[in-house]
Write a protein that binds this ligand. Structure first.
Ligand code: AMP
Length: 285
């Protein structure tokens, strides 16, 4: 496009040069030598300035604002896929679990309340989480889109999104069997200060119980105990069933602002899951 613009400017200049020659020896130079380059020049500049669909520069999905919700029970692999998506579409992956874990560290009334709720595996109240999320999305990096991991968790939160005018383009529902999740989360071990994660069977540290890099002890998240996991799964299924219906319905009806919904089986390997998600986003328009 910029090439067309430059050629247009050159043609116009050429027309003016011809005009100069024409004025010097009137009659000998043809007047068409002036108007043709000027008209061609204006035409070429017009291609650059007028948004003619045929000439429009092709825009890829990576240039657009992409707003995604990742649904999926605890341990479904949302965090891993969130990282891939954030990188590809250059958007922040916003995990409400992470935001709340930070709040839970604070020695405040709200910090204590959040910590207690999280350790029991129950859901933090909507008013607290909606306020925190609104603040996070309003940050500079949220202007190019965002990925919500762990929000909404129930119908009232999806409705809060709509009320707040927080738009969503894609809802990706990552599904795995409960027993697979219990096995995945129950074996998860974390190096608290770096966030490095291990799995006692699938990704064990070199020495059991200690971090490979620092040699410091690994810990288990309080909410990764089997009993708590089962409770989190029960809560997840109870709350998300209506949420899934809500987004499936909206997607089926279509309409300008309704998000597109897709269910993805995450018992496949990580790369295959990633490919299915990318294909859905890139080719669903
Ligand atoms: P996660 O890391 O997403 O598994 O979240 C850990 C815990 O944070 C959950 O068990 C809930 O107690 C709390 N939590 C995270 N997201 C939400 C949410 N959208 N609504 C309410 N509580 C949440």
């Amino acid at each position: 496009m910029i090439f067309a613009f430059i050629c247009g400017v050159i043609c116009i200049l050429f027309g003016f040069v011809q005009y100069g020659k024409y004025s010097e020896n009137k009659g000998k130079s043809s007047i068409s030598k002036i108007f043709i380059p000027i008209l061609v020049g204006l035409g070429l500049i017009g291609i650059k300035l007028i948004p003619i669909p045929f000439f429009k520069e092709s825009k890829t999905i990576e240039d657009e604002e992409v707003r995604i919700i990742l649904l999926g029970g605890p341990g479904a692999g949302k965090g891993t896929q969130a990282k891939f998506l954030a990188e590809k579409y250059n958007i922040p992956a916003i995990s409400t679990g992470d935001i709340l874990r930070e709040v839970a560290k604070q020695d405040t009334e709200i910090g204590k309340k959040v910590k207690e709720t999280m350790e029991s595996g129950n859901l933090v109240s909507d008013d607290i989480i909606v306020e925190l999320l609104k603040k996070r999305i309003a940050q500079e990096d949220g202007k190019s889109g965002y990925l919500l991991d762990g929000f909404p968790r129930k119908l009232s939160q999806a409705e809060a999104l709509r009320k707040e005018g927080i738009e969503i383009d894609y809802v990706i529902d990552i599904q795995v069997d409960d027993d697979v999740i219990v096995e995945r989360l129950g074996g998860r071990r974390i190096h608290a200060s770096s966030g490095r994660t291990y799995h006692v069977k699938n990704n064990p540290p070199k020495v059991p119980g200690v971090d490979d890099i620092t040699g410091e002890p690994l810990t288990q998240r309080a909410d990764d105990q089997e009993e708590t996991i089962r409770n989190r799964l029960r809560i997840y299924h109870e709350n998300t069933a209506p949420l899934v219906d809500y987004y499936q319905d909206a997607s089926r009806k279509g309409g300008e602002n309704s998000p597109k919904y897709k269910k993805i089986d995450s018992s496949n390997n990580i790369e295959l899951v990633k490919e299915s998600i990318f294909n859905f986003i890139d080719f669903s328009d």
